[in-house]
Design a protein. Structure first.
Length: 471
């Protein structure tokens, strides 16, 4: 009597759990959500990750106006001037007649970015305004139809690649120059127009991928409208198309939505695209947001408060000095992310003095200390008040921004991790002593700039423990 009942109970139980087991315990069954559950880890992805620091370049028609329209200066982001000043599209695009960047020299840009220590450059191929830096066959609004007439994107790709820098393409899906664009799809007419817009976007991306096959990444923007969110399947289709056309190419999470309208992360909470791109002008909290260390991500930042394109008046907001730019780069790397630092050359193709000085300063710092940045990631050490840790295997870098009053830097190691040595980047030994279990004091160094102390650690059996604690 007992036996068959038990069997029935077992079968019933199994039947109950079967759907969960077979669907990997996901809440929703999604066709257009995340395409993998783990970090992507092929060679191209590792290359993207190991570069750690890149430049962002915003360059378009807005770079000529520099935040000023008909004598009035608008304090908002310069690349959004068309919206602030309510300029009709035809009037905005008529500026193409004056697009002639006589001071532009792609090789000079490439040398500057290389010398600044950047390993890649993200270029705006087309921002929201719709003006294309390449001679696209899909629209009249391109460099080809300006007094300049040259393929400026092509010149940049070649020059950066010649300097050994990877090129990433920024691309705005939202396009103010195309009357078929819709923010919402409220009626048949909207849907028909938006279908045309989708074909137009695909054609532009196909051009970019085939004309410039050395491109390493597509960074999408302008994907927040209901029209795009409601087309999750299409965003996956775009990602797949680019990956077919450009082997190894990486794509940011901002492109993606799933069929339920979730963006960046699908409805099951899984990251879409290859890396998270939501940290724009902000960074994860070093204590509360440690889960970011489990995935790939890239932050981007402006030097003034919020100016990506060239604005002629930088006195309108706080401008970060180079050391603060560096602090944000280090913050990102210390949590396993990349940082793209923005530059906004003017309409003549020249960088402002502040940006040249920033590039020089960063380059000088990176030449001496880049070892603590490139190829480094999250160290698994408790956040220190003197600065940040980064790590490459058993080498842990202390990057000291805040010199303590006492001449000691407190280092708390993860349980079981021992410090075996401490030195400066040039190899000069630095004094340290164990002060308690899993705690050390490391001597400070006299320096007017942020400096690096290299620790050799012995993780012993503790390797991986801090990571486990996060999952
Ligand atoms: C909002 C917005 C856009 N995203 C930044 C990366 C800039 O391009 C800005 O205009």
């Amino acid at each position: 009597m007992k036996h068959p009942l038990r069997l029935t109970a077992c079968l019933l139980l199994a039947a109950c759990f079967l759907p969960f087991v077979s669907h990997g315990e996901e809440k929703y069954e999604l066709k257009y959500g995340a395409q993998r559950t783990e970090k992507r880890d092929d060679e191209a992805m590792r290359r993207f990750r190991d570069h750690r620091v890149g430049a962002f370049i915003h360059w378009g028609l807005y770079s000529m106006a520099g935040g000023e329209w008909k004598g009035k200066i608008y304090p908002g982001a310069a690349e959004w001037l068309k919206a602030w000043a309510k300029v009709p599209s035809d009037e905005w695009l008529a500026q193409m007649d004056r697009w002639n960047p006589t001071g532009f020299d792609a090789r000079e840009w490439a040398r500057m970015m290389k010398a600044a220590g950047f390993r890649y450059v993200k270029i705006t191929t087309k921002h929201h305004e719709g003006f294309c830096l390449w001679p696209s066959a899909t629209t009249p609004y391109t460099v080809a139809n300006t007094p300049c007439g040259r393929d400026l994107l092509g010149e940049l790709v070649k020059a950066f690649n010649d300097e050994g820098l990877d090129v990433h393409f920024y691309f705005s899906v939202m396009d103010w120059s195309n009357p078929d664009y819709r923010t919402q799809l409220n009626c048949r007419e909207d849907s028909t127009a938006f279908e045309r817009f989708k074909r137009f976007t695909e054609a532009q991306l196909r051009e970019l991928a085939t004309r410039y096959p050395s491109v390493k990444d597509f960074w999408f923007d302008g994907t927040w409208d209901a029209s795009v969110k409601g087309n999750g399947a299409w965003t996956l289709q775009l990602e797949n198309m680019l990956k077919d056309l450009v082997p190894g190419v990486t794509v940011n999470s901002r492109l993606r939505a799933d069929e339920r309208g979730s963006r960046h992360f699908d409805s099951n909470g899984r990251l879409m695209g290859d890396y998270e791109s939501g940290y724009e002008r902000r960074l994860p909290d070093p204590v509360r947001d440690l889960q970011v260390t489990l995935r790939d991500w890239e932050a981007c930042m402006t030097v003034p408060e919020n100016q990506w394109g060239y604005h002629k008046d930088w006195s309108l907001s706080y401008v970060k000095p180079p050391v603060e730019v560096l602090r944000r780069v280090v913050h990102a790397v210390s949590m396993g992310g990349n940082m793209a630092v923005n530059f906004g050359p003017d309409g003549t193709g020249r960088f402002r003095q502040e940006e040249k000085e920033l590039a020089d300063w960063l380059g000088n710092w990176m030449r001496h200390n880049g070892e603590a940045i490139y190829g480094c990631g999250y160290a698994g050490f408790e956040k220190a008040d003197w600065g940040y840790y980064t790590r490459k295997g058993d080498t842990v870098y202390m990057i000291v921004f805040n010199q303590p009053f006492g001449a000691r830097l407190r280092v708390k190691t993860p349980a079981g991790t021992a410090v075996r040595g401490a030195s400066l980047i040039d190899g000069t030994p630095v004094g340290f002593m164990e002060t308690a279990r899993d705690e050390y004091n490391v001597n400070t160094v006299e320096s007017s700039e942020p400096y690096v102390i290299r620790l050799t650690v012995d993780a012993g059996s503790a390797e991986g423990k801090y990571r486990d604690a996060l999952t």
